[in-house]
Design a protein around this ligand. Sequence first.
Ligand SMILES: [Zn+2]
Length: 106
Amino acid sequence: MVRRQKLISMTDDHFEFASQLPNFSKWVRNKIDEYIQNENKQPKAIEYMCSGCKTRRTYGSMYSRLKGNHFPITRACPTMDCFTEMYRHDFYRKIHGEDFDEGEEE
Ligand SMILES: [Zn+2]
């Protein structure tokens, strides 16, 4: 594969670190591959459930400068007159001690 060069800027600390790596270019390529894989692993949308009215909704990721694309742990419940928060499914279980996917509420 043809290799091309890209000039990058570093702080002194980063430069020190990079200088100590046996193969900096390879390390950067691996990091980029890792990054691409993780990007693709991210789901497009995640399900949330309200701890009050048990409404379920699926939401896409949100973007912020600090966190990039992410799925916040809670979101405001969209049901009118319900002021409880919806929890991301993986946190719902941790917080409420019950299984998110089991038992439709009547
Ligand atoms: Zn609700």
